[in-house]
Design a protein around this ligand. Structure first.
Ligand code: ZN
Length: 237
């Protein structure tokens, strides 16, 4: 696989190390700079006019290239099953030279917002995406600021896995209601912190579990059957 990239009128050739003999060759045109290392591309199969959009993430220094390669490994492995749903599609990482210096560039799906969704629905989708990343075996480590949460159609996708670390998620649950969800003292650190910002109690003071608090609707509570029966009498189904 290879990538022919046109940037400021100059043409650069990049190769995929993972698929050096792959038959897919892309050509791409850098359209505009979105952030320091992130650009918007028009991309297409070689020989045709570039017509689709993609994100180009570029690295020039040795440590940046190494970090980008590590991020590409994460997209291609841990995140493979949730690409396109909770994180962008990963199109590959390519290596080449620009003015004699090594450069690596990663191509990703360009996410664009669709119709507006309510703040509650947005928060719900943020928690679903975060839980999917954790279930995939990663802690993102930079989610609380919101900078790495992007709208894609009506969905939320999580981006930038340059700081992600391997993670086994114990006792994580999106709902931390005392007696029903996880205990915040034992739950997953990142999901607990996200739950406080984006979870079901994000619009109200976060309830602290206290020894005196009993939730009669929690199944483990001895009052659960009685509570359900009372509700059943008041609101027959
Ligand atoms: Zn976790």
């Amino acid at each position: 696989m290879s990538l022919t990239l046109v940037w400021d009128g100059q043409t650069h050739l990049f190769e995929s190390r993972a698929h050096p003999r792959g038959s897919v060759h892309h050509n791409a045109l850098v359209v505009k700079r979105l952030q320091k290392h992130i650009h918007l591309l028009l991309i297409g199969i070689l020989g045709a006019e570039p017509s689709g959009s993609a994100i180009l993430k570029i690295a020039r220094e040795a440590d940046e290239i190494s970090a980008l390669e590590q991020e590409a490994v994460i997209y291609a492995n841990q995140l493979k099953s949730i690409q396109g749903k909770y994180v962008p599609e990963f199109y590959g990482i390519y290596h080449g030279e620009v003015m004699g210096s090594p450069v690596a560039c990663m191509l990703l799906e360009y996410c664009t917002p669709g119709a507006r969704i309510s703040p509650d629905e947005r928060n719900r989708k943020i928690m679903l995406a975060a839980c999917a990343v954790h279930a995939a075996g990663l802690m993102h480590c930079e989610l609380l600021s919101g900078h790495n949460l992007v709208m894609s159609g009506k969905d939320i996708k999580i981006v930038d896995f340059s700081g992600a670390v391997p993670h086994r998620c114990y006792g994580a649950t999106p709902t931390l209601h005392p007696g029903r969800g996880g205990d915040s003292s034992q739950g997953c650190r990142e999901l607990v912190a996200l739950e406080r910002v984006y979870g079901v109690f994000s619009g109200a003071a976060f309830p602290a579990a206290s020894p005196g608090f009993v939730n009669p609707f929690a199944e483990e509570n001895v009052l659960y059957v009685l509570a359900r029966r009372v509700v059943g009498m008041v609101m027959p189904q």
